[in-house]
Ligand binder design. Structure first.
Ligand code: NAD
Length: 255
């Protein structure tokens, strides 16, 4: 039996990891997301004011995500490889429920899933800001897969009403998902990696501090220094498709 300690790793990804896959980052242009004011398309108030525009905005994002030009890049694949390697090591441990790897993404795209992350455990990948390919009934909170365009006239399959369906996306002013599980992982991890995130959106922007105060080594991998970049133990700057595979290869050699 392998008694080696497997490092516990938490990875946080942001819009930057999907930039080279063709999905624009959030802050590519000031206060706008794909030419829309953020408060109009990413807040409960914006949705209440103009649900048709918000549905249309997410329909376009969904259609774009599902188009053949959008594919995972080398950074997504490298993280899937890291997870697979850790899973193989874990299989030698007596306690097989132990999870040593948590991938927290702020992204609502499905490029981590498509690159093969979370294939084995089915619960290592946490979309804290929701998922573009899901829709939710605002009355029952039931969540459904969604690959088609929706509108305020779409009929919800649980309550059979129109007007109750909304994107399964966490908007400004709403509570991010899976917070208990994430803090548990942060408090016990040995390594925390933040990839392609500007550090503007809390609580995700504060995760590195929780990990660091629990004794983890913290690494920022980004195109440029984020707001808190200098506070990480290690900084690596460049495009995600280059620096993430390089960093993962180094880790794999150490495992
Ligand atoms: P952000 O747009 O605020 O920051 C993106 C960061 O990525 C920047 O620091 C930028 O320098 C870096 N970056 C850009 N291109 C890169 C590359 N090729 N390689 C490495 N880094 C690169 O994004 P955020 O911090 O994730 O926060 C914004 C919010 O926007 C999130 O809550 C998310 O839900 C939402 N969002 C998601 C998507 C998506 O699902 N792909 C896209 C846009 C916005």
């Amino acid at each position: 039996m392998n008694k080696r300690k497997i490092p516990s790793i938490v990875v946080l990804t942001g819009a930057g990891i999907s930039a080279e896959s063709g999905i624009k980052t959030f802050r590519a242009s000031d206060g706008l997301w794909e030419e829309h004011r953020i408060e109009d398309v990413a807040s409960p108030e914006g949705f209440a004011r103009d649900p048709e525009t918000v549905h249309r905005f997410y329909n376009l994002r969904r259609e774009h995500l599902l188009s053949s030009e959008i594919q995972p890049n080398a950074a997504h694949y490298a993280l899937a490889e890291l997870e697979n390697a850790l899973t193989k090591l874990e299989q030698d441990l007596p306690d097989k429920t132990l999870s040593n790897y948590t991938l927290v993404t702020q992204n609502i795209d499905d490029l981590h899933e498509r690159s093969g992350s979370d294939l084995v455990s089915g619960n290592n990948l946490l979309h804290i800001h929701g998922e573009l390919l899901k829709i939710r009934c605002s009355q029952s909170a039931q969540i459904f897969p969604c690959y088609e365009a929706t509108s305020p006239l779409s009929v919800c399959s649980c309550c059979q009403q129109t007007g109750n369906l909304r994107p399964h996306v966490v908007w400004f002013g709403e509570m991010p998902l899976y917070m208990d599980k994430i803090y548990q992982a942060l408090e016990t991890c040995d390594l925390f990696m933040a990839i392609g995130t500007s550090g503007n959106v809390y609580p995700a922007a504060g995760f590195f501090e929780v990990a660091k105060s629990s004794g983890a080594h913290t690494v920022e991998l980004n195109l440029e220094p984020s707001i808190n970049g200098s506070k990480f133990d290690e900084q690596i700057y460049g495009t995600a498709s280059e620096i993430v595979p390089d960093y993962v290869n180094t880790l794999l050699k150490e495992l």
